[in-house]
Ligand binder design. Structure first.
Ligand code: SF4
Length: 448
């Protein structure tokens, strides 16, 4: 017969001892106090135990609450971390599950947990904001492809619609100053457009989105978007969208949030999916250098001359065509996702031009070639001019190492391949927990 306690059985160097010393979860009581009655009902399971229960699941890559319960029953280290003695009953998986289902406000704890961990990493000097990379990865929804059906929906205005309003006003002033005429804002006209489109929606999880990208599995997914500080790979921003949302859609909100509330960013870096003109302006206005892998210019399919064949003359603000004629600034156009300067050639020049057939398409209805350039082209050009500099290349490399490396580790070890619960809020909780344990591991590793 041996006389031992669970404390004796727990190795001194065990990771969970370090985690217990590093992570103060007392904020959980503060966040969950309104959910528990002091007068009625049976004594509840300690909310800190529930958070630890879920944390160990993500830490050790245990995919379901049922399996977490089974692991805690037989694993002394997990029992020690949860504060359970050898013969204490492990909280039932369905209790944890039902609590999450019936008390939606419990989920505030997961966002707070993530923020607390990031705050600790900043205090310990693991986050500087020098280079912050962003990327997204697909997370499989708990729904099958066969549950998807094609439905008709109204096309929504671009996510940056409101942001573009202010820039459009500014652009119209500039247009008036340059060519002496002012056009009405096109806001109402476009908002009334009500264009319809078709999209695949899963009946089982309608909040997931149909993912269809080269080299990726097709079907209902969510996308986890993360901003990662490249000093020690700490995830400083996390958000989730349906799988059919473009990577650029949540980008500016995520960057603005991190820059204002978490850590001031000096350099933001991202892959080509984030190279959209507005980002260069908005990040520039925030004082952030944007080092992005440049996106290839879309080739105009129906004519031989692409936009790259037209040379910009900054001094006189005109484009020069391959026939050395001027395309002058005519108007400011607006689409759902952007603002564009439109330059147009003189139709008499085009009519007499020997290159007419190579240059014009049926879209150039008035018989004169048009060139559209983003309103934010100058901001983009300013950033991309530095793309051969060592710091630009280093930032792109750091993004690849930390963003892609972090996703790979989370998918391999911390449950980021699929979500078990349905709905975007559950998906966000899932991704936040995965990000929080990734940060905890790195925080303990680099401060131990
Ligand atoms: S068709 Fe017009 S725009 Fe094109 S090369 Fe000739 S003059 Fe220039």
């Amino acid at each position: 017969m041996h006389m031992v306690t669970i404390e004796d059985l727990m190795p001194q160097e065990h990771f969970l001892r370090k985690l217990e010393a590093a992570l103060d979860l007392s904020f959980v009581y503060e966040e969950t106090a309104p959910l528990y009655s002091k007068k009625y009902g049976r004594p509840p399971i300690d909310p800190v135990v529930i958070v630890k229960y879920l944390l160990v699941g993500f830490l050790y890559g245990i995919p379901s609450e049922r399996q977490i319960e089974q692991r805690i029953q037989t694993d002394i280290a997990l029992r020690w971390y949860l504060g359970l003695d050898l013969f204490d009953r492990v909280p039932d998986h369905s209790t944890v599950s039902q609590l999450r289902r019936r008390k939606p406000s419990f989920r505030k704890v997961f966002r707070r947990l993530f923020e607390e961990v990031v705050g600790q990493c900043i205090e310990k000097g693991l986050v500087s904001g020098r280079v912050v990379g962003t990327d997204s990865t697909h997370v499989r929804a708990n729904a099958s492809r066969t549950s998807e059906e094609l439905v008709e929906v109204v096309e929504e205005a671009g996510v940056y619609w409101e942001k573009l309003d202010a820039y459009e006003e500014e652009g119209l002033e500039r247009l008036a100053a340059q060519i002496g005429k002012r056009r009405k804002k096109r806001v109402k006209q476009i908002k009334r457009d009500n264009r319809r489109t078709h999209k695949r929606i899963s009946r089982t999880d309608p909040e997931a989105g149909h993912l269809k990208r080269p080299g990726k599995p097709e079907g209902p997914h969510y996308l986890s978007h993360q901003a990662v500080d490249s000093d020690y790979g700490i995830i400083v921003g996390q958000t989730v969208t349906p799988g059919d949302v473009n990577d650029s859609a949540p980008y500016l909100d995520l960057m603005e949030y991190v820059h204002t509330n978490v850590v001031p960013i000096q350099i933001a870096t991202a892959d080509a999916a984030y190279d959209f003109p507005l980002a260069h302006r908005v990040l520039g206005d925030l004082g952030i250098d944007f080092f992005v892998r440049p996106q290839k210019t879309a080739v105009r399919a129906n004519t031989q001359f692409t936009r790259d064949d037209f040379r910009y003359d900054e001094g006189s603000n005109v484009y020069l065509c391959p026939g050395e004629k001027e395309l002058r600034l005519r108007r400011l156009a607006r689409s759902a996702s952007g603002l564009f300067w439109e330059y147009q050639a003189d139709k008499r020049d085009c009519a007499a031009c020997p290159l007419h057939d190579k240059c014009l398409s049926e879209n150039d209805r008035r018989g004169a070639r048009k060139v559209s350039v983003s309103y934010f082209t100058a901001d983009r050009r300013r950033n991309l001019e530095r793309r051969c500099s060592p710091e630009y290349r280093e930032a792109l490399k750091l993004r690849q190492i930390w963003c892609e490396g972090t996703f790979a580790a989370q998918k391999r070890e911390h449950n980021l391949t699929r979500v078990l619960r349905r709905g975007i809020e559950a998906a966000e909780d899932h991704c936040l927990l995965s990000a929080a344990v990734m940060n905890l591991k790195r925080m303990i590793k680099y401060t131990d």
